[in-house]
Design a protein around this ligand. Structure first.
Ligand SMILES: *Cc1c(COP(=O)(O)O)cnc(C)c1O
Length: 234
């Protein structure tokens, strides 16, 4: 099976998973993560109907966005202050922000470019030391601080679950959903640039857990781009 067929098959599986839990399939974006492949492979996915792609390195988002400006580029990787100037001009949505100083720099660069940058706040729901993101108890305060940034719009939350145990992944996804619901009630009405519709959660091995928990963006790399993934997963 090639990239186009895998993309189409996962899209169908997501649609089915949505129907099985009473959701509208149009609520869930399949975001192919193209970090391990080049422009030709991205073109194959575009031919199969993909429009949005995720990248985790600044140099790669710049290169691919310049080669394929018709696509929408999402930055999902570790943010470093000195690379924000490279990321913002190309980013449709930045999923992985959580430090105040980075958010303020994104705001400043977006202001210079005359754009309002859509962002998600990354949350370390599981509390694993290896994961980055806000502690759950700091989410409300971080959202309020974003209210000062006139060139940033917070669209929701993002998380990564620990690998290897789907039951744990499900708890993490339910945790992000609960945090979002709470913030929608307690913070959203008081912060103008905060509209928490998006939940970016679920990857190749755990998106099936994320969809019933309310994911609106599933970030899928290997299951779309790696021919060996199917076999290794079975
Ligand atoms: C690589 C990556 C993914 C995709 O992972 P797969 O397991 O290949 O689907 C999703 N999110 C982030 C932040 C990533 O870095």
């Amino acid at each position: 099976m090639g990239i186009a067929q895998r993309y189409a098959r996962i899209r169908e599986e997501i649609d089915e998973a949505c129907r099985a839990c009473g959701r509208d399939p149009r609520e869930v974006l399949l975001l192919p993560v193209s970090k391990t492949v080049g422009v030709p492979e991205v073109r194959e996915a575009i031919a199969a109907g993909a429009l949005d792609f995720g990248e985790n390195r600044p140099d790669c988002i710049v290169e691919k966005a310049e080669a394929l400006p018709q696509a929408r580029w999402h930055f999902i990787g570790n943010v470093q202050s000195r690379r924000i100037r490279d990321i913002v001009p190309h980013a449709h949505l930045i999923h992985s922000l959580f430090e105040g100083r980075h958010l303020r720099k994104v705001d400043a660069v977006a202001a210079e470019l005359g754009k309002v940058q859509d962002v998600l706040l990354e949350v370390n729901v599981s509390g694993e030391a290896s994961k980055s993101g806000l502690a759950p108890e700091d989410v409300a305060e971080a959202l309020r601080a974003c209210g000062e940034l006139s060139h940033v719009r917070v669209r929701g939350l993002m998380t990564m679950a620990p690998q290897g145990d789907t039951a744990v992944a499900r708890e993490v996804f339910e945790g992000l959903r609960a945090l979002r619901d709470e913030a929608q009630r307690a913070v959203e009405p008081t912060v103008d640039n905060c509209q928490l519709n998006e939940l970016s959660m679920g990857m190749s091995e755990d998106w099936r857990e994320a969809v019933p928990c309310g994911a609106t963006i599933v970030r899928i790399g290997r299951a779309v781009f790696d021919d060996a993934f199917e076999e290794s997963a079975q």
